[in-house]
Design a protein around this ligand. Structure first.
Ligand SMILES: [Fe+2]
Length: 419
């Protein structure tokens, strides 16, 4: 792909390739604009759960990239994803975050759309007393809301702005599909609650954070101290062939620490929990895996950490601001005790979570550090310089795979190739 941006010297990727990430990808408004076109305007993007719109008329606002969309179940029970932009003057007409409707009415001039996004009413279409009105050949059928392509995969809903998006089976292929279907196994889901936060950082930093098990073994005192995710546990990093998605898998180890505590300053030997129930996890997946953190490019993180299940929807709000929207869920057939466990364990996550608050703080400070450092870059060499699966936590292989894919879709060239 030819990109006008690559012609500018400062937009050339470092010659080392995917083991470097130039800091201008995180704060340049022009890069952000091109990402909206080439990534969020083309890829399948997560928009929500089918369980959020359980019956005809129920709708939920969502985003694809920085664009507002509406997820709505129509009279036939089909889920549609419609752009939240009136076909008349462009108003973002749906202001409620969720609700039930028989049609969508734009408040500005009351143009009315059905649940499939078709225009079904224009006030004063014939004018008043024969004066004014729309031209005779104005046809309602020519002015629907923009309709996105939709896939409902076992209750997870994805949408794409592309006219002909890549087949979903290829987008979510094995081995990622198997990890995804482990949680989205077809059982009806029950939404347990939401958390939302705005992190003053670029959207990619959030995705990268969840592709990076190295930091999780060091930054997060809670994980390290209480043995939930530690460098000495049996673990895997699995990548998809394109490099864009990843799964970090960790099996619960014993409580015995087998790496030097000096390697992990965040290990707090004198910390105890007042409420041990936070660690009271019930085995529910047959493979016995305690943690699977998945990133699905470009905007979804799916976590299974103990009994906590959640989607984290990444909504870019500008080069240096991102909304992270957490949807905690379980299954409709969960008993009361399991639902309570899931809710209790949700205390680890979200803006004030015992684990996740560290990430919010680290990402904010990272964005501050790389601001205007456009001639510098991140060094991503832990675990080697390749982009292969790994059986160790202390690796940045999933980051290199991500940068490799990102360079490709954005049309950036390496300094070496340019010569
Ligand atoms: Fe983290």
């Amino acid at each position: 792909m030819e990109s006008p941006m690559t012609k500018q010297p400062m937009r050339v990727w470092p010659a080392e390739g995917a083991s470097r990430a130039p800091y201008w990808i995180y704060d340049d408004p022009e890069v952000f604009r091109v990402e909206q076109e080439r990534i969020f305007g083309q890829s399948w993007c997560y928009v929500g759960l089918a369980a959020e719109v359980p019956e005809p008329g129920r709708f939920q606002r969502s985003h694809v990239g920085d664009r507002s969309v509406i997820l709505v179940r129509d009279k036939e029970g089909k889920i549609n994803v419609l752009e939240n932009r009136c076909a008349h003057r462009g108003m973002e007409f749906c202001r409620a975050s969720a609700g039930k409707a028989t049609r969508f009415l734009c408040p500005y001039h009351q143009w009315t759309f059905d649940l499939e996004g078709n225009l079904c009413g224009v006030p004063f279409k014939r004018g008043i007393h024969g004066e004014g009105g729309m031209p005779d050949d104005f046809d309602l059928a020519d002015h629907p809301l923009r309709k996105l392509r939709v896939t409902n995969h076992n209750g997870a809903v994805f949408a794409s702005y592309a006219e002909e998006p890549e087949p979903f089976e290829r987008y979510l292929a094995d081995p990622m599909r198997a990890y995804f279907d482990r949680v989205f196994d077809g059982r009806p889901l029950r939404v347990l609650g939401y958390m939302r936060q705005r992190i003053p950082c670029n959207w990619k930093l959030i995705l990268e954070n969840t592709k990076d098990p190295y930091h999780a073994t060091l930054l997060h005192s809670f994980l390290v101290t209480f043995g939930l995710f530690r460098a000495d546990q049996k673990s895997e990093v699995r990548l998809d062939p394109s490099g864009r998605h990843a799964a970090l898998v960790s099996r619960h180890g014993g409580r015995q620490l087998t790496v030097a505590a000096s390697e992990m300053a965040s290990y707090k030997s004198d910390y105890t929990l007042q409420d041990r129930r936070l660690l009271d996890m019930q085995a529910e997946f047959h493979d016995g895996v305690g943690v699977v953190m998945m990133t699905l490019f470009p905007n979804l993180i799916l976590h299974q950490q103990g009994n906590s299940l959640a989607t984290r929807h990444i909504v870019p709000r500008g080069p240096d601001s991102t909304e992270l929207s957490w949807t905690f869920f379980g299954y409709e057939d969960d008993d009361e005790a399991l639902s309570t466990r899931r809710l209790r364990q949700a205390n680890l996550f979200g803006p004030a979570g015992l684990v996740s608050l560290d990430d919010g703080e680290a990402l904010k400070a990272t964005q501050e550090g790389l601001r205007n450092a456009r001639d510098a870059c991140a060094v991503v060499e832990m675990g080697g310089r390749d982009r292969e699966d790994a059986n160790v936590m202390v690796t940045e292989t999933a980051l290199r795979a991500f940068f490799h894919h990102y360079m490709h879709v954005m049309g950036f060239v390496r300094a070496e190739d340019e010569r």
